[in-house]
Structure formats: structure tokens, C-alpha cells
Write a protein that binds this ligand. Structure first.
Ligand SMILES: Cc1cc2nc3c(=O)[nH]c(=O)nc-3n(C[C@H](O)[C@H](O)[C@H](O)COP(=O)(O)O)c2cc1C
Length: 488
């Protein structure tokens, strides 16, 4: 299934968060709300507008937050529509299947050359620089996102920048940041994540680690920071996707490459054996299932921010929340790449269902070519780097089932699947303690479902014919009754 060149080409649809907001407003997908409180109101309003929106919720820009100057804003719901995901990735906004966005993103990543950032002398992020006694992270309207959180979290839709002490590459990861006081914030990084590996390497050597927490930025950087990418800086990937380098300034405290148009950046350091109780926080599986325990924190040394700064937020709730599509698309593109890199042919679709969430319910759509093809796709999708973390269900379906349409997937599971032979299990896999059912040692078990027509029946043509309206008749009826079926 090849797209015309123009369809996979990336375009610079916008430059920076503020231009992105203008474009989103032009698309009719921006809601501006004045007067909501930082104390649970903003996160809850976003969830109420998103949970049943089926991919149509707006991005929400909150201003005039009580206790804060007008212009000190927050942004929620970046990616609760597939059009905004496409806008951010520079892909065509129109699509037939949701899965087309994943395919185009995956193809773009395959054809892309990374482009390192370009250092510039100045940028809007340096409009305000707070150091020493002036440092105060509560200068911004940091929300209490969920009713049962114990603290305000400044980092949710953030990019935590760390450097590998061996090779020097810079990672950006979306890792949550609790506020303790004006110059102390948390940083919860799960085992195996790149920022955690960087921190562990430093701490094993008894060394502190510098860190920059970018709390408002180009949505592309947030999307990449929350994607399971290989060990390549997200700044270089963003440059490659755009076809032009990301402008960065040298962070005054860290020396790190800080996006020149970032909204708010906290620079600081984290020190071995300095820990504070972190959590609880409403988490991505949709529960307060989190472990609250002592974790390393960040001593904030410098704050950089633009005039009228926008704090980007993405608290997670019971699905479907504002991060459902983001996590689904980001992980699916990586799984697609891994399947192709492993030589599995005829991949027609990969989708992580938003209610999963993340990679908890992954569907791979294939055109079966040989016995065992479906099982091969299942195991690779569940075990590759993009799909390995905290998965639960992986399902493979045939070419006539749209991987992104849950009703079709359920039909395949109900009519092409035999529980006796079409289930495999994976035990002791990479888990998350946010999973209410994580096992001792932080493992989990997974289920793989082969919902494809049994290959020998497909080959012999003995599987019954599907009851449907043929493409030919659909075309004729569309042409004959345009008032019933307006052109798409
Ligand atoms: C809104 C949001 C919040 C997240 N919070 C955390 C977090 O607190 N800790 C964590 O380890 N991963 C968190 N993640 C997942 C990571 O961002 C994701 O696994 C990403 O791939 C990490 O980057 P890395 O692969 O470079 O380590 C979050 C993802 C999203 C979308």
C-alpha cells in the first residue's frame, strides 16, 4: 500500500507553539477559556470535553487564571484530534483511515535524515531569566490536575532533557514533575527510559546530573519526547521531520541546547541520594494505582520564560483522555517500523486503541502470505521496543479489517478466532507499576490473539464469504444518489 510521494512528504505546517495555536484556531479546534482555577478545574474541564468526544475535542487555552496575571496561560488537549496530530507531524490533514496517519508518519521516519539543532545567540525563551532567590516555579499557574493528587505538577506535557555521560547525546522524555516548593521539583522516570538510564549512569559514578525541564514547547517536541524512539536526540529527529534544524540557545546553567522559542524552562541538577516522597498522581492506566515512594528530585537553579508564557499540560485520566491518540499514534509508528525491519511483509495497518491506553491494545492488520505469518507479526509487535513497554493485548487481523476500527476488530475476534489454538502468552515482560496488576519484580503477562482467517481455509477458499456491499455497487450508488451520499 504505497502513497503518492506528496502524501508522505512532510510539510512545515507551522513554526513553534504560538503559530501552531494560530493554525489550530484557523481549523476551528481551539477553545479559549477564561477564569478556570488551577485547583482541579482545568484538568477536569479538559477531561469532561474529551472523554466521549471520539477524537473531536478541542485544544484548550486557559487564561485569566485566578491569582495569576493575564497572559500567564496553560494549554491542555494538544492531541485529542487526529487532525492536530497530522498538523504537528507535518502530514496531510485529510485521511480515509486513522491508520493512514500512522503509515505516513512511519514512512516519513524511514525516509528521513536526522538534522542536528542550530545554535542561535538569542531567542524568546531568554526574555525572562530568574536566578538565585528569584527562582520560583509557582510564578506560573501550575495546576493540581486531578482531585486526588497531593501536589501540583508543573511537568506533564513536558520535555525533560538529559545527556548521556558517555556518548553525550541529549534525550528528551516526557516525565512528570511534581512541585515541592519554589525551587524543588520532582522527576519520575521509569526504569528503562532513556532519561533514567542517563541518571542511573551518573549516580552509579557518584555524580550529580544536570537536567533541563522544558514545560512549554513546540508540540512536535512533546510528541517525540513521549514516543518510544531509539537512542537519537529528539531534537535531531524533529529537525529531520521538519527539514530544517530546531533553533536552540545554550542553557545558561546547563549548557544544554534549549529550544529558543520554548515557553518555560527549568534548569537544575539532581543529586545522588537526595530523594523526596513523590506522588500520588492520577496516572496513564486510568487509576491512582501509582506507587508513592522516595525519588530523586531536581534543585532548580534557573528559570527561563517568554513573555506571556504558556505552560503545556497533559494530565492523564480514565480513557479516552487527551493523550489517547498521542500515545496510540507514536507507538504504532514504531511498531510498524519494527515489523518491517524484521522482514515481516504486507503490513497494512497498526493501531493502538485509545481506550487501551498506549500499547495495551495493539492491532496489526496484514495480508497473510504464508502459514505462521500472523503469529510472527504478533510476537514482533508485542516484543519490539515500540510495543514492549507495559503491553497487554496484541491482536492480528486480515486485510479486510481496519485496524483502527474497534467494531471491525471485535467482529474478527468473534468470528475468526478459536480460543484453543489462537492464543499465545508472553510472561515476565517489561511492565509499569502504574498497572494495577503488575507482578512481583515489576513484570507483567500478555496475551496475543490471532484473529485472522485460518491460513489453510483462506488458501483453499473454504472460509465463508463476508456479507457486505461490494466496492463496485457502493461506487454506483454514490454516483446515482449524491444527495444521500455527498462527495467525501
Ligand atoms: C503525558 C505523558 C506523561 C508521561 N509521564 C511519564 C512519567 O512521568 N514517567 C515516565 O517514565 N514516562 C512517562 N511518560 C512516557 C514517556 O514519555 C515515554 O515512555 C517516552 O518514550 C520516554 O522517552 P524515552 O523513550 O526517550 O525515555 C509519559 C507520557 C505522556 C504522553
Amino acid at each position: 500500500m504505497a502513497f503518492a510521494d506528496t502524501a508522505v512528504q512532510s510539510h512545515v505546517h507551522y513554526r513553534g507553539l504560538r503559530d501552531w495555536l494560530d493554525k489550530v484556531q484557523g481549523m476551528g479546534e481551539l477553545l479559549c477559556v477564561n477564569g478556570a482555577d488551577w485547583n482541579v478545574e482545568m484538568g477536569s474541564i479538559t477531561q469532561m470535553l474529551t472523554e466521549k468526544s471520539n477524537g473531536t475535542a478541542p485544544a484548550i487555552l486557559f487564561d485569566e487564571i485566578p491569582g495569576y496575571a493575564k497572559g500567564f496561560r496553560t494549554l491542555y488537549g494538544h492531541f485529542s484530534s487526529i487532525k492536530r496530530v497530522a498538523l504537528t507531524l507535518g502530514l496531510p490533514l485529510q485521511h480515509d483511515r486513522k491508520v493512514d496517519i500512522v503509515q505516513r508518519y512511519h514512512q516519513r521516519m524511514q525516509n528521513m535524515k536526522t538534522l542536528p539543532p542550530r545554535f542561535v545567540k538569542d531567542g524568546p525563551v531568554l526574555q525572562n531569566v530568574l536566578e538565585g532567590d528569584k527562582v520560583d516555579v509557582l510564578k506560573f499557574p501550575v495546576p493540581l490536575h486531578h482531585e486526588k493528587d497531593k501536589a501540583r505538577y508543573i511537568g506533564t506535557a513536558c520535555c525533560v532533557m538529559t545527556q548521556d555521560p558517555d556518548s553525550g547525546w541529549f534525550n528528551l522524555g516526557a516525565y512528570r514533575s511534581q512541585v515541592y516548593d519554589r525551587n524543588t521539583v520532582g522527576c519520575q522516570i521509569t526504569e528503562g527510559k532513556h532519561g533514567r538510564i542517563h541518571r542511573d549512569k551518573n549516580f552509579e559514578r557518584g555524580k550529580p546530573m544536570k537536567v533541563a525541564i522544558v514545560c512549554g514547547q513546540d508540540p512536535l517536541l512533546f510528541m517525540l519526547a513521549s514516543s518510544p524512539l531509539p537512542e537519537i536526540s529528539e531534537l535531531d529527529i524533529a529537525g529531520g521531520l521538519r527539514g530544517e534544524p530546531i533553533d536552540v540557545i545554550k542553557g545558561p546553567y546547563t549548557g544544554f541546547p534549549i529550544p529558543a522559542d520554548a515557553e518555560i524552562v527549568l534548569e537544575g541538577e539532581t543529586v545522588p541520594s537526595q530523594v523526596r516522597q513523590e506522588g500520588p498522581f492520577g496516572e496513564w492506566m486510568g487509576y491512582y494505582s501509582d506507587d508513592t515512594q522516595p525519588r530523586p528530585y531536581v534543585n532548580v537553579k534557573t528559570i527561563l520564560y517568554r513573555n506571556d508564557p504558556i505552560l503545556c499540560c497533559a494530565p492523564q485520566h480514565k480513557p479516552v483522555d487527551e493523550t489517547g491518540l498521542l500515545k496510540g499514534v507514536a507507538g504504532a509508528a514504531q511498531i510498524w517500523s519494527a515489523l518491517e525491519a524484521s522482514g515481516v511483509p504486507e503490513i497494512l495497518g497498526v493501531w493502538n486503541h485509545e481506550a487501551g491506553p498506549a500499547t495495551r491494545f495493539t492491532v496489526v492488520q496484514i495480508r497473510q502470505r504464508y502459514p505462521g505469518h500472523a503469529r510472527q507479526a504478533l510476537h514482533i509487535a508485542a516484543a519490539c521496543q515500540g510495543g514492549a513497554y507495559a503491553g497487554k493485548w496484541t491482536v492480528v487481523v486480515d486485510e479486510d479489517i481496519d485496524a483502527g476500527e474497534l467494531d471491525q476488530v471485535l467482529w474478527a475476534m468473534c468470528t475468526r478466532f478459536d480460543p484453543n489454538v489462537d492464543i499465545d502468552l508472553i510472561q515476565k515482560a517489561w511492565a509499569s507499576k502504574r498497572d494495577p496488576l503488575f507482578l512481583p519484580g515489576n513484570f507483567n503477562n500478555r496475551i496475543l490473539i490471532d484473529a485472522c482467517i485460518p491460513y489453510d481455509m483462506k488458501l483453499k477458499g473454504t472460509f465463508p464469504t463476508v456479507v457486505d456491499v461490494s466496492d463496485d455497487l457502493r461506487g454506483k450508488l454514490r454516483a446515482k444518489f449524491p444527495h444521500i451520499f455527498p462527495p467525501m
